[in-house]
Design a protein around this ligand. Structure first.
Ligand SMILES: *Cc1c(COP(=O)(O)O)cnc(C)c1O
Length: 243
């Protein structure tokens, strides 16, 4: 869809410059959202979501200062992580993890966002023990049947949280959610509030949940206003995904 006219406004932009500009814009929006509610922007981690994004573009994002990358598929991530490495970079697994991939996940990722069953938690614990690691995890909570088809119900989350704190090779860091897709961030806000309330309900039982992973390209500012400590942003940094 390039404009045939010289001087058309899409004409000259170098994709590397565009990426850097997008990244800086997202960072500024994070800072402004934090400032609106009196939060320190340094307590908010930006995960650059790189599913379907080519290795060269991820390297450009590294050069532009992105430090945490989020992947949805173990196989795709493995290839990228082998190529790009871990030096100064964290890799988060944000997709649905199948139990039979747990053994790879514990070796590849710094944080697993979407633990949603005790079977998966126990398998991660077992595989982490074999790998000689302690794996950081979040519980994915399903606050709406129209959102993610994965995630545990909010009624069952406290029990899973309790079970996970008893597993020696898992370190439970917090909660994650994925509201139903909506263009209007105000439609997502009630889910962000619900996740924060769930954290506030579980923490007094002696289970600290410092991290709340919530907010994507279209709604990360609302998520920050409601307490997100991790936002997962793909399209606003890398542009629309082709696949
Ligand atoms: C793809 C994805 C994101 C990022 O979505 P964008 O709309 O590209 O910002 C965040 N979280 C999860 C779990 C995803 O699968």
């Amino acid at each position: 869809m390039a404009s045939p006219l010289p001087g058309g406004d899409r004409l000259a932009e170098d994709p590397v410059d565009a990426l850097e500009k997008n990244l800086n814009q997202v960072r500024e929006r994070i800072e402004r959202a934090a400032a609106r509610v009196g939060r320190d922007p340094r307590e908010i981690k930006l995960v650059a979501v790189t599913k379907t994004v080519a290795i060269e573009r991820i390297q450009e994002a590294v050069a532009a200062g992105a430090m945490i990358f989020g992947e949805n598929y173990v196989q795709e991530a493995k290839h990228k992580i082998e190529e790009i490495g871990h030096a100064g970079i964290q890799w988060h697994f944000i997709g649905h993890l199948q139990t039979n991939k747990a053994k790879y996940a514990v070796r590849l990722f710094d944080l697993i966002h979407a633990v949603d069953s005790s079977a998966l938690a126990r398998e991660l614990d077992r595989r982490a023990a074999t790998a000689g690691r302690i794996v950081d995890c979040l519980i994915e909570v399903n606050l709406s049947p129209e959102g993610s088809k994965f995630g545990i119900s909010k009624e069952e989350a406290p029990t899973l949280a309790r079970e996970m704190t008893e597993l020696k090779n898992i370190s439970l860091k917090g909660l994650m959610t994925m509201p139903p897709y909506a263009d209007d961030p105000e439609e997502a806000r009630p889910y962000f509030i619900a996740l924060r309330r769930l954290k506030e309900e579980i923490e007094p039982t002696g289970i600290p949940l410092p991290e709340l992973s919530m907010g994507m390209s279209q709604d990360f500012e609302a998520a920050i206003e409601e307490g997100a400590t991790i936002v997962r942003v793909g399209r606003a940094i890398f542009g629309e995904r082709s696949g």
